[in-house]
Design a protein around this ligand. Sequence first.
Ligand code: PRX
Length: 648
Amino acid sequence: MSEIESVLKETRVFPPPPGFSELARIGSEEEYHDLYRQSIEEPDLFWGRVARELPWIEDFHTVLDWSDKPFARWFLGGKLNASAICLDQHLTNGRADKTAIRWEGEPGDLQTFTYAELHQSVCRFANALKARGVKKGDRVAIYMPMIPELTMAVLACARIGAAHSVVFGGFSAQALRDRIEDGGCTAVITADGGWRRGKVLELKKEVDAGIEGLDDVHTVMVVQRTENEVAWRDGRDVWYHEAIEGVSDECAPEPMDSEDLLFLLYTSGSTGKPKGIVHTTGGYMVGAYLSSRYVFDLREDDVYWCTADVGWITGHSYIVYGPLANGATIVMYEGAPTTPHPGRFWELCEKHGVTVFYTAPTAIRTFMRLGEEHPARHDLSSLRLLGTVGEAINPEAWMWYRRVIGGDRCPIVDTWWQTETGGIMLTPLPGVTPTKPGSATWPFFGVDVAILDENGVEEGPNQGGLLCIRKPWPSMLRGIWGDEQRFKDVYWSDVEGCYFAGDGARRDEDGYFWIMGRVDDVINVSGHRLSTMEVESALVSHEKVCESAVVARPDEITGQAICAFITVGQEVEVDDSLRTELAEHVAKEIGKLARPSEMRFTDALPKTRSGKIMRRLLRDVAAGIESAGDTSTIEDYSVLAKLRGHED
Ligand code: PRX
């Protein structure tokens, strides 16, 4: 791949507020650079020291074995238990009575758990699973709403050495079935239902349909949440509240080898079949622990809220394992961000005194569209640090987030990483890094990242290329479940000896990384390569545009043409003069070559349930073909139908 042309220029720089740096866990650039250098040049020393901050059951003898590339093994000889790291250590380090979870349901019901209480609940859950025959090495599917029992289920599996495979509660029965079958799960943990936008999501019903005829699934444990009626199969189905009745609240954590499987998490690739990403115990825990500590600058009195669902990697690493390993107080919320009113998130921040807030750009853009009056109704002065994850954040949204939510006082950490990386890879450190809106800035410790061409040659400043990682890192994926060859092909074959993330990126003259989107989202117009994200960002920087998705469609003359799907504010009139205005705006922001040759205005963009715009579908719509690929994750089919209808 020749270089990707980069055209987005952002010149604003925001140094960390001095008061923030003074108190931060890492407060000077010098300290960051020293630690970073050590993490790359002397990884055994660096990671050996960090890992030993956690309580191991048996110490490791070797930090890293990278002889069987691309299969890395970390902390060899070590034994540990992830649930003991999240819970047991806090019983004796002064945090037993500290709040671990502050949970709020969508209807407004509340529950809190101290570390001691969470420990007891997890032990009981673990014993109940054991009583059903679940044992070390088994795989357990978890398909639940965002209730405390979801976190408990995850930790209970870890406690007894069973790997969890959490499937996001918004997936269909078929998607759940595919994942259960692929992972060979023998038990499922679910709930009767969960609250979402004022309605009950009937999860048990989906499970029943999903496992029909799968005889290997011997147990379905059901948490009662919504009390809707559910079908029941005696012998297989068991109520959680009955299963934990009279059960001991002590359960010794199973000693796990550092490289024993901790969990599978399925993610989509460029082909239809989801990949079961394999994460093991020691390296993952060390990565989640360290990144939570430094990226979110966790302090003893923080109230930390990551708005992701535990069904995604962000929830695994930055709701459950990372924050709890650090003994943090976390907020968990069951429902939709705008239910029952558009200011729900800000109401929760105020009510729970949230200090560190981590969310997705798509949510931020939604709130921008809803208007500033909603956050303005709430006191957000407890916030001290903001984060984003999941996709590139356009500078306009970044600036809005900083001003409206962060009161111009909170640093923003734009964190780039993936299901596969297990933990944050590119990120500012909030007390150190001068941030630039839209850039994920610098590599985290141990991340040897470079922008390369396909021959492995490093690109110069501002030259787009392939985002690659040259050295193994502790929380990296260990493979794709049951498909060694696909693991090698997908991640290790584009650039010799390197992990290729699938993203295009550039590094600017100051060494800042800018993610330019998936390389398959790159557009080639008349020999110019453009990142869809940059065109989108230009469009969204226009005051009338709320959100846009840009895709390529085949064009006889230019090779590819740019097709932009755009949502505008409700009061904006869509006509030819708007089209001209936006084309000129893009020409001004980027250049004439980036002007979309087609603009389609729509009420909403098709998104996955995790909020990612489904560009593959839009490419098909733009090209006028029916999508053949997997649409199982689409949030709202009517959006797609409307877009297609538009073609006629
Ligand atoms: O393209 C990048 C984008 O999301 C991809 C990873 O998606 P997933 O495995 O679902 O994990 C999301 C949560 C970690 C990446 O390859 N991505 C994620 N974070 C960012 C991002 N793109 C730009 N900036 C980010 N901060």
